[in-house]
Design a protein around this ligand. Structure first.
Ligand SMILES: [Zn+2]
Length: 685
């Protein structure tokens, strides 16, 4: 098959979005998979020397065309999800998944990487090349590749049982959530609820063939009731039902067979056995292997440090909330089901401003120009319009150049929501930077958002949250585009530990809170006036509303998760609930009722991939705030010296060295929680 016959196989430069059609997918991907398998066969042959050029480098470069072509297909599936593209994608997805799982289980590859590591060439490899070899060996080890043959069946059985248990955990939770319904027939009972929530409840009732309004435990129904319903008894009933999902109670609508308690215990037992077979002390150590944090002790110390500093602020938040409930709302006996409701009332009374008013100032051309100016000032580059074939007429394409006019990278910007585009905002890569013979292949990125398109000839306007989203995704984009990586496996975001991936993205968000930047980045859609200072001050006050309470809540979940996977014994006398209660008494300020069964619905760690990893949310916030504080300490958010150091030591480094080392190289010390606390209005400064 030639490029003329199939533009998906054209890797000469930019993807041919003007020519690629859904019926190109199957023949192109099948060809590339066949080529990929033949390559692996050849590279794992005994006659192939275990060297970088003959094996590891050849493998990575050899599989790149497949990665790029499948990347284009996945991208089109996300941004142009018409039936023909969905079908083309789904038809090949099982084939592609099978190929990846073959790769992950191919012990001949593992043997070659080990031979390369043990051989005389390893010490002469570049830092990037060594890191790629080490990462590959680590990942094979963590999937049990090194176990003695007689232990492999048991290991396989553990993995299978764990994946079944995780699925069962989520199913039980979903069944318990779905089983509950609260039908209200008297509209007076719904006082306080916004119209949209009532309308949704009305529709749900009609769908169920009942009169009145139907409320459920799903977030879009449950959330507004807890936040707005004046009816305290209604809030209390929904709270109890929500808190006891998939637990031993049957007074709500949960059934005994949906109780997640035995599943949690079994999952913890199996994870401990997994860790022990792989030669670790506990599962938390296994989880941290591919992450930035070194040890469970280090993570716990970080969480406790943060808790100790945030707790006085959390205590102040809860005291303010209770006083407001008592004095303004007549609720003397504050209960957990009052928390969201009273918070909303307090926010309106003390910190309210109109999101709609703010939105009038963030006109699209100003925001985009402001973003580019931030990037240009920080990293001494130029962002210029460029041209490329695109998948939608509204997609824009830009190039980043050095001041001397040398190309650094290119990116697509697809800002507007469409019916055929998946929700949310995300950055993806079209091509990664690498050495290519004598030259360098330049990186290309996709930035995708879901903002409202312009109407009526006026530019579209963004909410402040949308502007933050745009900066966030640009941070991921810069991580990919400003890399100096020369090897695919650690270039840009490749090989970056997942608790460090959000550092550049959250770092960029800080610029959306800089007065100097905002003045330059806003122009009222009708008057052209920049954002007024008084409105900005209200936005800042609202940003830090209850930040202490929110911080200790995240720390409570993180510390519980970490302890559960360290020295907790599921067969011992202390139960999962005992442990969560101990953690709560250490860090929380809002203690739920004794019957609250939070662990039974903690899907992140029992149904998803966050076991001994929940801390990473806070961890990434700490890192990005602390990185930004280096600019604050220099007295200028665009300080050239600090900007260059951030680029040199963090952004451009990609996955070439451990993220903690990169952070230390940038900051000259270990990460500190103080900057985040200060940015959230805790700790004066
Ligand atoms: Zn992100």
């Amino acid at each position: 098959m030639t490029i003329a016959q199939n533009p998906l196989l054209d890797f000469s430069d930019l993807p041919r979005f003007d020519l690629i059609q859904p019926d190109h997918v199957k023949p192109a991907i099948e060809t590339l998979l066949t080529d990929g398998r033949a390559l692996i066969e050849r590279l794992t042959a005994e006659s192939t020397p275990a060297t970088w050029a003959d094996f590891a480098g050849a493998l990575s470069v050899g599989l790149e065309p497949f990665g790029r072509a499948w990347g284009v297909v996945g991208h089109l599936h996300s941004v142009n999800d018409v039936p023909a593209w969905r079908e083309a994608y789904n038809e090949m997805l099982p084939e592609v998944s099978r190929f990846f799982s073959e790769l992950g289980q191919n012990l001949k590859l593992f043997d070659k990487y080990r031979a390369l590591k043990a051989g005389p060439e390893y010490e002469t490899l570049s830092r990037e090349q060594k890191k790629i070899v080490d990462n590959e060996i680590r990942d094979f080890r963590l999937s049990g590749a090194e176990l003695p043959e007689e232990q492999k069946p048991r290991y396989q059985a553990i993995m299978e049982e764990l994946s079944q248990l995780s699925a069962k955990f989520s199913e039980n939770l979903l069944d318990a959530t779905n089983a509950f319904a609260e039908i209200i027939t008297d509209e007076a009972q719904l006082a306080g609820l916004p119209d949209y929530a009532k309308e949704a409840a009305r529709e749900a009732a009609q769908k169920a063939g009942v009169d009145g309004w139907k409320f459920t435990l799903h977030a879009p129904s449950y959330g507004p009731v807890m936040q707005y319903a004046d009816n305290r008894a209604l809030r209390a009933r929904l709270y109890r039902a929500y808190a006891t999902r998939a637990a031993e109670f049957t007074d709500g609508s949960s059934k005994p067979e949906w109780d997640n308690t035995p599943i949690m215990n079994r999952i913890l037992e199996l994870r401990a056995e997994d860790a022990q077979m792989l030669g670790f002390n506990n599962f938390a150590e296994v989880s941290l292997q591919p992450k930035m944090a070194d040890t469970p002790e280090q993570v716990q110390a970080f969480l406790r440090d943060m808790a100790a500093k945030a707790k006085p602020y959390a205590a102040k938040d809860i005291a303010e909330l209770k006083a407001f409930a008592r004095d303004e709302l007549g609720l003397a006996d504050f209960q957990p089901w009052d928390a969201a409701y009273v918070s909303e009332k307090l926010l309106q009374a003390r910190y309210a401003f109109s999101e709609q008013e703010v939105k009038q100032y963030f006109t699209e051309p100003k925001v985009i120009a402001g973003l580019f100016k931030v990037i240009e000032s920080l990293f001494t580059v130029k962002v210029k319009p460029d041209t490329a074939p695109v998948w939608d007429a509204n997609v824009r394409f830009y190039r980043i150049e050095t001041p001397a006019g040398e190309l650094v990278g290119q990116f697509y910007m697809d800002l507007y929501a469409r019916e055929t585009k998946r929700g949310g905002a995300w950055m993806d890569e079209a091509r990664a930077r690498r050495r290519n013979g004598a030259g360098i292949q330049k990186p290309i990125a996709y930035l995708n958002c879901n903002f409202a398109p312009p109407v009526g000839g006026k530019p579209t306007t963004f909410t402040h949250d949308e502007v933050i989203t745009l900066f966030h995704e640009s941070g991921h984009g810069l991580h990919h585009l400003l890399t100096r990586g020369e090897e695919l496996g650690v270039s840009g975001i490749h090989g970056v530990e997942w608790d460090a991936v959000e550092l550049p993205s959250q770092f960029m968000e800080n610029y959306c809170w800089e007065w100097e930047v905002l003045q330059d980045m806003t122009a009222h859609v009708d008057t052209g006036e920049p954002l007024p200072r008084a409105l900005f001050d209200k936005m800042l006050a609202a940003k830090n509303f209850q930040s202490g309470m929110m911080a200790v809540r995240q720390i409570e979940f993180s510390l519980f998760d970490m302890q559960l996977h360290c020295d907790f014994d599921p067969k011992g006398p202390i139960t999962v609930m005992d442990l969560v209660n101990t953690v709560r008494h250490e860090v929380a300020v809002l203690i739920p009722p004794e019957w609250h069964r939070f662990p039974n619905s903690f899907s992140h760690i029992f149904g998803g991939g966050y076991a001994a990893g929940y801390y990473s949310y806070k961890w990434a916030e700490v890192l990005s705030a602390d990185a930004y504080a280096a600019f604050e300490e220099a007295g200028d958010p665009f300080d050239a010296t600090v900007g260059k150091r951030f680029l040199d030591e963090i952004l451009s480094m990609g996955g070439a060295r451990p993220a903690l080392e990169s952070f230390r190289a940038f900051r000259g010390r270990e990460p500190s929680v103080d900057a985040l606390l200060r940015h959230s209005g805790m700790i004066a400064g």
